[in-house]
Write a protein that binds this ligand. Sequence first.
Ligand code: ADP
Length: 490
Amino acid sequence: MTRTFELAGLIRSDNFIDGAWTPAQDNVRFAVTNPASGEIIAEVADSSPADACAATNAAARALPAWRARLPKERAAVLHRWHALIMANLDALGALISLEQGKPLAEGKGEVAYGASYVAWFAEEATRIYGDLIPQQQRGKRMTAVKEPVGVVAAITPWNFPLAMIARKIAPALAAGCTVVAKPAEDTPLTASALVLLAHEAGVPPGVLNLITASRDHAVAAVAEWLHDARVRKITFTGSTPVGKYLARESAETLKKLSLELGGNAPFIVFDDADLEAAVAGLMAAKFRNGGQTCVCPNRVYVQAGVYERFGALLAERVGALKVAPATDPAAQIGPMINSRALDKIARHVDDAVAHGARVLTGGKRLAELGPHYYAPTVLADATAAMQLNSEETFGPIVPLFRFEDEAEAVSAANDTPFGLAAYFYSEGVKRIDRVARALEAGIVGINEGAVASEAAPFGGVKESGYGREGSKYGLDDYLSIKYLCQGNLE
Ligand code: ADP
């Protein structure tokens, strides 16, 4: 049951519909490339609305039998899937690094992280309780039961090609839903490998379907799901404009939505912080995945009394980071995902410097390594007038903003339409309580830079979206409550 694969054995280039690998109906393909070199890794199915519809047909057909399975039977399938993912950790980690670019150690770390959601939801599947409502009238019994919402469409980004899709598929299957999924065009191979292992684990035909599409074709293929009334839920991780578009377009059939969108996280260092711990926490939070993470600190606020010392400590650590392809065992920062990403990073740094920022380290492309590398950068004297204040950079750039007092820092931190993660460092108990309550974010790291866990609720407020992934709350997004009122009992 825990079969292991070589990397090449995990690569699939067709859609997976109704339990079979199937080319796109009009036989079109697009290239998936290695961001470190630009080399083509595979040519995968470029799907049309007809393929999306075939996936929905399969998911709708498979729904009654899957939702009728006992929770512990669904849990057993998920446990087998988890075991297979872990048994193939090395090959999956290498595949993530190959198509996404993150260092191999991080690729493997992502496999274990993504798998932890599968194990978690395998367990949660058996704990979907309802309520017996205290009696209100004689002869009447009122109960609330939870049911799967139905067919779920999952649309995922490229920054965590395995974890983002695992933490959507696992709760959906645990709840008794069936799934149609479309991974990001930059990183479809890891998602296909995951689906291959799900099939191997015994997920029945039609319960989990995956289509791949280029960015041009994705819009029409996904629109097919948005307008199909049989698709009852959209779960999406990606940018805020695309999240808003999905919400607008799916309103016609009033689908349930989970949207995990952009971040622009603040990171505040107060002058009563443990500075060494703050630097270590910032390094962990900021440079994971080369800064291409929605919970990455994007704006770092440092109190005036410790500003210069913190900047110097940080620049020393950042300047020592090893930038290299994922295949180099010493690599700490890999290539950025594509040239669009690199251009945005360069634009933000150039704009900041033009507005008076001081480069403490980095500040340039590393063209000698390949087309998509940028030096890890620390910028002092950042101001609200700079583009990197209002846009998420999604790269290895730390801008340091100076502040005088707590109220100013909290107000600046909250001065954004986003509210996913926020971080702060302080040793003051009263300040910790005040600031934790004042920050407008779904996730707050307090003297901690690594916040993600399958046991904790992950999600945002404001324009960072709604819904939660992981934790005991993560299943609710895939369930609806049915109220049963039985009368005439006496
Ligand atoms: P990023 O800028 O990081 O690529 P996006 O929000 O553009 O983030 O992409 C996240 C996911 O949404 C990807 O799977 C992408 O293909 C998909 N996507 C992007 N635009 C659309 C769209 N208009 N309709 C449907 N899916 C889309």
